[in-house]
Design a protein around this ligand. Structure first.
Ligand SMILES: Nc1ncnc2c1ncn2[C@@H]1O[C@H](COP(=O)(O)OP(=O)(O)OP(=O)(O)O)[C@@H](O)[C@H]1O
Length: 511
């Protein structure tokens, strides 16, 4: 048998009191795709950051193709043939694709080979792996799918034999995700080794050869993908059986809470983002908005959340919202009984260098309940309340004094959800509620959303995950190109029909 492409032995790493990795050993064979799964905060990103030289392990050894290798920094990782595609891309926004790919590959930008030579090599690589990119496009002007392809090309340009991808499909459309998996399949055929971190068990089942499970800093199991099932993996990950489908009774819709008519949004460049959108939503109902990212769903949430101006009419409990004036902001919306879990938690949901307890009241800090007196917030009470909330939502570590950036991505999401859900709003706007969230936490979050509905709240759910839309919604509206293409009853539709509507195909083709 050949040597493992990567072998880690006894890797440990602590951040203060948090033992992020505990005595981890793992072997990854060449020419395979190896999945790594685990709950939020299990230590997956930390382990990969050690392999890529971002963090120094407290103990343990790394072997690359059987050879003990020190990886003190990412330059050493690159020299050892390792490439990494991060969750948040590390490209230089105002440089072109070609410049980004060449940058840093040589010992200094000025020593880089002529761009012409690099251009030819890039074209060859792009053709070989079907990694379509425009070498002259500026990064900030291209979509996330192409940015990700640039990251992969950058690794291949540096002769990477080992590619690590950290939750690569979170930001991709379904078509882009399929394309990525075809590319990964091709890289495997070429004998390259791929490590894939993902929360999506379907991806693990579809593309990996082997999968390792992490729990609370430890590597608890490694199994062959062909000998396992999503249910088995979920149990290995969370330590108990997980409901992979949402358990809920039929909705009992009551009075109308939200009435949207003729809503239009035109962006700064004069492009129509929402076109004559009309929707209604009742108390005790979940309306799911399905659609490929970028078809107006974000703008719809932003208008309702008070972050974007619009024309048309929106009424909440019969009262018209201000869509253009001074009362078109988040604070007024909260006063109207609207809570909002924004799609981008790091930009809109949290202040990253504020502590968890401050983030837990962010936007609601002027509520009398949080004031000790006219001038000061009651910090002790807020901290105690936050600690209890973190316990209920299983935010790890349970420490209200850590800043938002010290939590793993999924735990950051739980902090935002806990804040907004527990405000007991009349209308909850919820965008991509489970992005980056582990399967046990998804089950919990889905239960919370259904419970809120059963208490008679109105819920507008935007998600690019069709599974999530189908299993949570009582009614589904599909958006394409800023318009509502139609509404469907989840009991009478399927992924195929919704997929066609999401691609703008209506009429007989979608019947
Ligand atoms: N820079 C840091 N400073 C302090 N603590 C950290 C840091 N990075 C990670 N941690 C902690 O280490 C633990 C492991 O985090 P890590 O990001 O590796 O988890 P993960 O499995 O990748 O989670 P997710 O699925 O949510 O991305 C968490 O408890 C986290 O809070």
């Amino acid at each position: 048998m050949s040597q493992p492409a990567i072998e880690l032995q006894g890797i440990s790493k602590a951040f203060g009191p948090v033992q992020a990795n505990k005595d981890i050993s793992i072997r990854v064979m060449p020419g395979t795709i190896h999945g790594i799964i685990g709950e939020n905060g299990a230590g997956k990103s930390t382990l990969m950051s050690i392999l890529y030289g971002f963090y120094k392990a407290d103990a343990g050894e790394i072997f690359i193709s059987g050879k003990k290798t020190a990886i003190p920094d990412s330059q050493a990782a690159i020299s050892a043939g390792i490439g990494m595609v991060f969750q948040h891309f590390k490209l230089v926004e105002n440089f072109t694709v070609l410049e980004n790919i060449v940058l840093g590959a040589e010992s200094g930008a000025f020593l880089a080979p002529s761009l012409r030579k690099a251009r030819a090599e890039l074209a060859e690589l792009a053709a070989e792996y079907e990694l379509n990119v425009d070498p002259d496009a500026v990064i900030e002007e291209i979509g996330v799918g192409m940015q990700q392809r640039v990251e992969i090309l950058k690794a291949l340009y540096r002769r990477a034999n080992i590619l690590i991808l950290d939750e690569p499909t979170g930001v991709l459309t379904p078509t882009e995700a399929d394309q990525l998996f075809r590319i990964l399949g091709r890289l495997r055929e070429e004998g390259k080794t791929i490590i894939l971190i993902t929360h999506k068990l379907r991806e693990i089942m579809d593309i990996t050869d082997t999968v390792s499970v992490m729990r609370r800093g430890e590597m608890t199991a490694t199994v062959k993908t062909s000998q396992t099932s999503p249910e088995n993996l979920a149990e290995l990950m969370v330590g108990r059986k997980v409901l992979l489908r949402v358990d809920k009774t039929p909705a009992q819709p009551k009075h109308q809470v939200l009435e949207i008519s003729g809503l239009n949004v035109v962006d700064d460049a004069g492009v129509a983002r929402l076109k004559d959108v009309s929707l209604s939503l009742c108390a005790g109902e979940i309306l799911g908005i399905a659609g490929v990212a970028g078809n107006g769903q974000s703008e719809l949430l932003e208008v309702l959340g008070g972050y974007q101006t619009a024309t048309g009419s929106v009424k909440v409990n019969g009262a018209a919202l201000d869509l253009t004036g001074a009362d078109s902001d988040g604070q007024s919306r909260r006063a109207n009984g609207i809570a909002h879990v924004p799609e981008d938690r790091q930009r809109e949901g949290l202040i990253m260098d504020f502590m968890a307890w401050e983030n837990a009241v962010f936007g609601y800090h002027r509520d009398p309940a949080h004031q000790a007196n006219r001038f000061f917030m009651d910090n002790a009470a807020i901290k105690a309340e936050t600690a209890a909330k973190m316990q209920r939502f299983d935010v790890r570590p349970h420490n209200p004094n850590l800043t938002a950036q010290n939590f793993s991505g999924g735990n950051q999401q739980k902090i935002v959800l806990a804040r907004e859900i527990e405000r007991n709003p009349d209308l909850l706007l919820i965008g991509q509620p489970t992005r980056g969230v582990d399967i046990g936490a998804i089950e919990f979050i889905h239960q919370q959303i259904v419970a809120l509905r059963d208490q008679g709240k109105a819920i507008l759910l935007v998600s690019v995950e069709l599974d999530e839309i189908l299993s949570l919604s009582d009614r589904i509206a599909v958006m394409f190109d800023g318009q509502i293409m139609g509404e469907r009853d989840p009991a009478d539709t399927n992924e195929k029909e919704l997929g066609l509507l999401m691609a703008g195909v209506t009429g007989e083709a979608s019947a």
